[in-house]
Structure formats: structure tokens, C-alpha cells
Design a protein. Structure first.
Length: 124
């Protein structure tokens, strides 16, 4: 059985490795210390904007945590368009990254079907 790392675990390891406090990292990432603390402790889910800020603050390439974002926040959770829609827009902005990822087409099909179903429910 494969154990999937989490973005939280990666962030926590980075803070320890770099000897940064949550306040210091929050300043680097342009985030409130309380938000960083809530993310690391698991009390708050992350937005794609926060993931982008964390990624940049860690000096990683854009989209670095997107595979983990899908595994941590999209797969095996109830569909949440407030979380998925900004993520899909961000993926479209990083078009070259998106084309190289094998999960894109099935994810798009799945959520297109779900979105069409929700629209159909509201209309009928």
C-alpha cells in the first residue's frame, strides 16, 4: 500500500528543515501566521491561492503541489465547486503543466458530468 504524502507534511518538514517559525514563513509567503498554523495543524483546508503562495515561498516550481492537492482535497471527497473551479482555472493558466499531467482528462470529464448534473437538477 502506497502512503501518499500531504502538502501539510511537506510544509511542516520544510519549516523544520529551514528552521523557520510559522510567523517567519507566513511573512515570506504573504500569509497570516494563524493561517499557516491552521494549515500545518490540519484545522484548515487550503485554497489553490494558498498552495501557490506556499509553493513560491518554498522556492518550488509553479504547480509543484497540484498532484497532491488533487489527492488531498479533491479525490475521495464530496465535490466542492468552490474549491475545484479556481483550481481548474489555475491549471488552465499553467497550460503547459496541465498537458503533462495524466489525471487532467479524467478529472475534467468527471467534474463536467457533475456540473451538468447539478445544472440539470436546478432546471428540472
Amino acid at each position: 500500500m502506497k502512503i501518499t504524502p500531504t502538502i501539510r507534511a511537506e510544509l511542516e518538514q520544510y519549516l523544520k528543515q529551514e528552521g523557520l517559525s510559522m510567523m517567519e514563513f507566513g511573512h515570506i509567503a504573504g500569509m497570516n501566521r494563524g493561517i499557516v498554523s491552521s494549515i500545518v495543524s490540519g484545522n484548515k483546508s487550503m485554497s489553490v491561492n494558498q498552495i501557490d503562495r506556499i509553493t513560491e515561498a518554498m522556492g518550488l516550481p509553479e504547480g509543484y503541489f497540484y498532484d497532491l492537492f488533487i489527492e488531498n482535497y479533491i479525490i475521495d471527497t464530496p465535490p466542492n465547486m468552490r474549491r475545484i473551479e479556481p483550481f481548474l482555472y489555475r491549471c488552465a493558466e499553467l497550460d503547459s503543466w496541465m498537458r503533462s499531467v495524466e489525471w487532467w482528462e479524467p478529472l475534467w470529464i468527471t467534474y463536467s458530468i457533475r456540473l451538468n448534473y447539478l445544472i440539470w437538477q436546478k432546471c428540472y
